[in-house]
Design a protein around this ligand. Structure first.
Ligand code: SAJ
Length: 420
């Protein structure tokens, strides 16, 4: 079977490689010519364990080809990003563009799958767009009953949100269970049969709206739980209690499982998805909204802490350990650590030494500042008087205690401050 995947990013490219390795003929589409060239030259533009080899093998075997335009296929998978505006409103422009791009290539019997996390009601919207773009085809809707003749012109549509954690993408694409939301029953079943080829986790079939809200709920659950931990960290700071000890003790209860506080919640997904729920039910999504506000204010809370410690020194030299949005990745999307560093530089708090073993150059957002340098761990620790841990990369675990004892430390991840 031929699969056409739109959007060769964090989800699309690994999925393309995996399907090509399973024997599907995969045509990957991206509007960025650099991405297309990189894939066709067997050189993936994103870092993910195992991805480089997979792309090399599948491109060389001829099963994976990338281009700027879609082709006719049996299955279309949309993995372009959904976005959020500055006003926290959902923006599904890229999805609309992708649907317009595939419309001319749809053939009767083909299946369109939306893997992107989307606001509730988007799959229905897509069904409407498709029916307007292709009046010669029958696009099912929840209410439609399709006559026998029409069945020959029918296509299928389902939402099957991705669930992978960057850094474990190739494992989780196969092992995680998945929720499939068909726009109608037959579409759900068609998508089920497709995912059965490569997913060994369970496959649950439901309707499109439920699948959409399920995905948003998963990420929002995490956002709310982290906000609870962050709120506790602020309460603890106020009461002179070590939050890491508190959480270790509270989590020893069999029915308590609080996540870790930190400098804020980043990445492309968690913050955006909570806002999608808020947008769908503004009056009702109260905890979800408050949680967002708490997590969003964390970088500022950390900046206040850093500034109060930097004030001990006439010439603060601040080693910032980690710049990525979470540990053991090179991913800088919506990183709270990056936000904090940028703010420290804008406010001229001191000289900043960045220690980020997962990148080899400072990102553009910091490039205009002259009081910031990317250094290695040893140099950073030697020169700094204030050490700020922003990301819990494994490489930071083994820093000797007697080195840290000589420094003023802000540990936003509890890596060093957890009592034995
Ligand atoms: N974070 C904390 N404390 C914690 C856990 C995370 O502060 O205890 C922070 C991280 O440092 C990071 C942010 O939250 O800044 C998000 O990290 P994450 O590991 O919670 O999530 P993501 O964004 O890498 O991936 C999430 C996952 N969703 C869930 O775990 C419910 C993943 O399965 C989804 O596929 C992904 O979003 C997505 O693409 O939607």
């Amino acid at each position: 079977e031929k699969v056409c995947i739109l959007g060769l990013g964090y989800i699309g490219l690994p999925t393309a490689g995996l399907l090509a390795a399973k024997g599907f003929s995969v045509h990957g589409v991206d509007k960025n010519p650099k991405v297309v060239d990189a894939v066709n030259n067997s050189y993936p533009h994103i870092h993910e364990p195992g991805l480089s080899n997979l792309i090399k093998l599948t491109v060389q075997s001829g099963n994976l080809v990338a281009s700027l335009e879609p082709v006719h296929a049996d299955i279309f998978i949309i993995t372009v990003p959904s976005l959020i505006t500055k006003e926290h409103l959902p923006d599904i422009t890229h999805i609309k563009e992708a649907i317009h791009a595939i419309a001319p290539y749809l053939i009767p019997g083909c299946l369109v799958i939306i893997e992107t996390t989307v606001p509730v009601g988007t799959t229905e919207k897509i069904a409407n767009w498709l029916s307007q773009l292709r009046r010669d085809l029958i696009i099912p809707s929840i209410t439609s009953t399709i006559s026998r003749i029409d069945k020959e012109k029918q296509i299928f549509l389902a939402h099957c949100p991705e669930r992978v954690s960057p850094g474990r993408t190739l494992i989780e694409l196969v092992e995680n269970s998945r929720v499939i939301g068909g726009i109608d029953q037959l579409s759900g079943q068609k998508a089920y049969l497709f995912y059965k080829h490569f997913v060994c986790g369970e496959l649950f079939i439901t309707n499109a709206r439920t699948a959409e809200l399920t995905k948003l709920t998963e990420n929002s659950f995490r956002d709310v739980n982290i906000a609870f931990a962050n709120e506790l960290s602020l309460i603890c700071a106020n009461l002179g209690i070590n939050v890491w000890e508190l959480l270790k003790l509270a989590n020893s209860h069999p029915r308590v499982s609080i996540l870790d506080p930190g400098p804020g919640v980043g990445g492309h997904c968690l913050p955006k998805d909570s806002w999608f729920i808020k947008h769908a039910a503004p009056e009702l999504a109260r905890i979800i909204h408050t949680a967002r506000e708490i997590n969003d204010c964390m970088p500022n809370q950390i900046i206040v802490q850093i500034k109060s410690k930097a004030a001990f020194f006439q010439e603060p030299v601040i080693a910032c350990l980690g710049l990525t949005y979470k540990s053991n990745t090179d991913d800088l999307r919506e990183s709270p650590a990056l936000k904090i560093v940028k703010q420290l530089l804008d406010e001229n708090v001191g000289e900043i030494l960045i220690i980020e073993p997962h990148i080899d150059a400072l990102p553009k957002a910091l490039a205009n500042h002259d009081r910031v340098k990317l250094v290695d761990l040893q140099e950073g620790l030697a020169q700094a008087n204030l050490v700020v841990l922003l990301v819990a990369h494994d490489t930071f675990k083994n820093i000797e205690e007697n080195i840290l004892k000589k420094k003023v430390v802000v540990d936003t991840r509890g890596m060093w401050l957890l009592p034995d």
